[in-house]
Design a protein around this ligand. Structure first.
Ligand SMILES: [Zn+2]
Ligand SMILES: [Zn+2]
Length: 128
């Protein structure tokens, strides 16, 4: 039987840890997942987090890029610049300016069906 060297073992473990940090939660939706990953890791001007979500949850959702592109999301951060924003009930009122704005921390995902690539009730489309 092949024996892994210590270095190989360590590397294998690191991969698992790195992987686990970028897994979507049990019923976490595409938008909450991508928003969370963007906060942690940023955008690399591709749809890498959206695609990772699709690969893990819904590999047959091949129209995902088209759907995201259709609302101006050609990379992960553009989904939020052009496509989706937090729904009004998620926003908090600034007591000083009386304006509503996104909370400092992302609200917990409202949850979607496990294989869905839709977003949860926390999000709404930008008004065009
Ligand atoms: Zn981007
Ligand atoms: Zn969500």
């Amino acid at each position: 039987m092949d024996e892994m060297t210590l270095v190989e073992q360590l590397e294998a473990e690191l991969r698992v840890v790195a992987d686990a940090a970028t897994l979507p939660g049990r019923s976490e939706c595409l938008a909450c997942y991508v928003a969370r990953m963007l906060e942690e890791f940023g955008c690399n001007t591709t749809l890498r987090w959206s695609q990772r979500f699709r690969e893990l949850r819904s590999p047959t959702a091949t129209g995902l890029e088209r759907r995201l592109g259709g609302m101006g999301g050609f990379c992960d951060c553009e989904i939020f610049l052009n496509g989706l924003r937090l729904a009004r009930p998620m926003l908090v009122r600034d007591v000083h300016t009386d304006e509503v704005e996104p909370p400092e921390e992302l609200p917990a995902c409202a949850g979607v069906r496990r294989t869905s690539t839709r977003w949860c009730a926390n999000w709404e489309r930008h008004q065009c």
